[in-house]
Design a protein around this ligand. Structure first.
Ligand code: KG4
Ligand code: ZN
Length: 366
């Protein structure tokens, strides 16, 4: 018998995007995004060169009700027609997570609805099931400004973390390199655009941790190497020419892509050891927008006969539709109102995985 159709309201506020969305399942069990409202905070943080937690928390508290109202209106679904409220309960910047959790608690209590706490990383990791109907188990590379990890996705509530960054996330490194080179923020698209005209072989930048077994990665040394190369150029010629910016951008991007491609190859080998029927590699997070990275990951997947899935960007970056969908999957798996819902700044998806290092500019990496 097909599962009963469900309509879920999702809330997301763990970093610098205030999101609310309505997702409904069709009779065949596939999900449909009825609305997906994201209220960004870029302008509020622009002057500080990174997300300021206190400013983020206040903006979430101010905007979350508005996001919910808009999401219900866009979906043309009244709260009374919603079956449950799902909310990001961590990991993330605690003030923002609290804003979302308090709002969701109020909505659920007021409307007499079940409440589902969702791990933000599970939201990203389960998105390919919403967009492409992937079967478990699949391999997920989560690569954004705040996260970088490989996850074996076995079920909506079961993940194995194969490895991740031990310092910066790649998006954070793109942003810092953009700042070093005088390019605009967010740095990823700016560095990618500059790299298009550059020579990726001009600067021999390191490929950190490639000589170490496993899937752990490091991007902070790479950023320092760009800083050194830049300073040498400035010392030698008194400044940077556009050619230098392009070549440094291209060399940096190639180094990030090399590291991610090689570590993905290793993670895929671990994953293929599970002998999945329909093997798939999926990617999520803002850095997945990078054309060179997508091309490299496609090649890695093709070489092993594995399907490659990259959800559309608005569902790859932080959004509430992924939280509603993950809530829906958890509800189907029986995880509803398991007790008092608390906001958790740190919440690793894989409780058995090794502890992560560092807090990161955009929040805990988990
Ligand atoms: O997932 P996301 O929107 O937000 C969080 O990190 O939570 O990711 C944003 C990150 C930024 O660091 C941005 O520079 C990076 O994704 N990014 C890119 C590209 N577009 C966005 N990095 C590399 N190439 C791109 N085209
Ligand atoms: Zn995220």
């Amino acid at each position: 018998m097909p599962p009963a159709p469900l309509t879920i309201l999702g809330l997301e506020s763990s970093c610098d995007d205030t999101g609310a969305a309505v997702v409904r399942t069709e009779a065949d069990g596939r999900g449909q995004v009825l609305s997906n409202v994201v209220i960004g905070q870029d302008a509020l943080h622009a002057a500080f060169g990174g997300v300021v937690p206190e400013i983020a928390a206040r903006a979430h508290a101010e905007k979350i009700d508005l996001a919910v109202e808009r999401a219900l209106a866009d979906a043309e679904v009244p709260l009374s027609a919603v079956d449950a409220v799902a909310v990001t309960a961590g990991p993330g910047l605690i003030g923002g997570v609290l804003s979302g959790v308090m709002c969701a608690k109020g909505l659920a209590a007021g409307a007499g609805l079940p409440l589902i706490g969702v791990n933000h990383l599970a939201g990203h990791a389960l998105t390919p099931r919403l967009t492409d109907g992937l079967d478990f188990p699949y391999l997920m590379l989560l690569v954004s400004g705040g996260h970088c990890q490989f996850l074996l996705v076995h079920a909506a509530d079961r993940f194995t973390r194969l490895g991740g960054t031990i310092d910066d996330a790649p998006g954070e490194a793109f942003d810092k390199v953009a700042r070093l080179l005088g390019l605009s923020q967010p740095g990823g698209p700016a560095v990618e655009a500059a790299a298009r005209m550059g020579d990726a072989t001009r600067f021999a930048l390191p490929r950190p941790l490639l000589n170490r077994p496993g899937c752990d990665m490091s991007f902070s040394g790479l950023k320092t190497a760009v800083l050194r190369a830049r300073d040498q150029l400035i010392a030698a010629q008194g400044g940077l020419y556009p050619r230098d910016v392009a070549d440094l951008s291209a060399s940096f991007q190639a180094a990030v892509a090399d590291v991610l491609a090689e570590k993905t190859r290793r993670a895929l080998d671990d994953y293929l050891g599970l002998s999945p029927d329909l093997p798939a590699l999926a990617v999520a997070g803002g850095v997945a927008a990078n054309g060179m990275l997508r091309a490299r990951l496609t090649d890695v997947a093709d070489a092993r006969g594995v399907r490659f899935v990259a959800p559309p960007l608005r569902l790859c970056t932080d959004n509430a539709a992924m939280i509603a969908w993950a809530g829906l999957e958890l509800m189907r798996a029986g995880h509803v109102d398991p007790g008092p819902l608390t906001a958790r700044p740190r919440w690793p998806l894989d409780p058995n995985g090794p502890a992560m290092l560092g807090g990161g500019k955009k929040g805990p990496k988990a």
